[in-house]
Design a protein around this ligand. Structure first.
Ligand SMILES: C[S@@+](CC[C@H](N)C(=O)[O-])C[C@H]1O[C@@H](n2cnc3c(N)ncnc32)[C@H](O)[C@@H]1O
Length: 253
């Protein structure tokens, strides 16, 4: 497993929920109080967790606003290349393990479309941000059912898949281990850059493919940058082009 970046400074404000402070302590370390330092860090206030940088930046990952909120609100199999790559069709909603969950944008789309989704994330800072975004989204009527279909696991995806008992094998494993360089401006591009800064370059994405192929009863879907080589230099059964990305589909039965 690639080493994680050292934990970011974690500050809590006086109005933060004490239960959340305790919930995130094992993942984020002991919290401090007072102003955020000028470096990148996490702060917990009455609304929840945010990525902060001194007084200049405060970004709270959200499933209800911005590009991610729009994508979820308009989710449809025909609109989502990922859904077609994962084999969703009328009457079929596969159980999915998203073994590189990140901030959960892709995983939540699959859950919103009706799939049970296990979100596996190894970086504890990213996992805490995802957990908090899921918690806030669960308060929205239109997302309650999708959130209820998700389970967050903090673990290395390859080890998690390798240790799964056969009775818990999913239909589909989804892998998106790499941060593609982004030239996009605006909230989405900035968000991807921040996430890359927090989680770092994983570098060992190739190690995920074999355990994924061994566990998936139907298929493994790998998101790649459009012109990138296939993961672990293993040719997929076929691929589906998205806008700036490609989904490599490895049929596993
Ligand atoms: C590109 S992001 C995933 C973005 C995600 N698809 C989304 O829509 O938000 C990659 C994430 O995978 C995580 N990751 C990379 N390798 C992993 C592994 N072996 N096990 C678990 N998580 C991993 C990284 O920490 C990072 O958060």
């Amino acid at each position: 497993m690639a080493p994680q970046r050292p934990a970011l400074p974690f500050r809590v404000s006086d109005d933060a929920d004490p239960a959340l402070i305790e919930r995130y302590r094992p993942w984020l370390g002991p919290p401090g109080r007072g102003d955020m330092p000028d470096e990148l860090g996490l702060s917990l206030d009455a609304e929840g967790l945010a990525i902060t940088q001194g007084k200049r930046l405060s970004r709270r990952p959200s499933f209800t606003t911005g590009p991610s909120g729009w994508r979820l609100a308009h989710a449809a199999v025909k609109r989502e290349a990922l859904a077609r790559a994962a084999g969703l069709k009328r009457g079929h909603r596969p159980a999915i393990i998203d073994a590189t969950a990140g901030l959960g944008g892709d995983g939540l789309v699959l859950a919103r479309l009706g799939c049970p989704v296990t979100l596996v994330e190894r970086n504890t800072t990213v996992a805490a941000l995802l957990d908090d975004a899921l918690r806030r989204a669960a308060a929205e009527n239109w997302l309650v059912e999708a959130i209820a279909r998700t389970t967050l696991v903090v673990a290395d995806g390859a080890s998690y898949l390798a240790a799964l008992p056969a009775a818990e094998y999913p239909n589909v494993v989804y892998l998106d281990p790499m941060f593609a360089p982004t030239r996009r401006r605006g909230a989405a591009g900035k968000g991807a850059q921040l996430l890359a800064e927090i989680a770092g370059e994983p570098g060992d994405g190739d190690a995920l493919l074999q355990p994924a192929l061994a566990a998936a009863t139907e298929r493994v879907v790998v998101k790649r940058h459009r012109h990138a080589a296939p993961l672990a230099e293993t040719e997929p059964s076929f691929d589906i082009d998205g806008k700036s990305t490609r989904f490599d589909v490895h049929i596993s039965y």
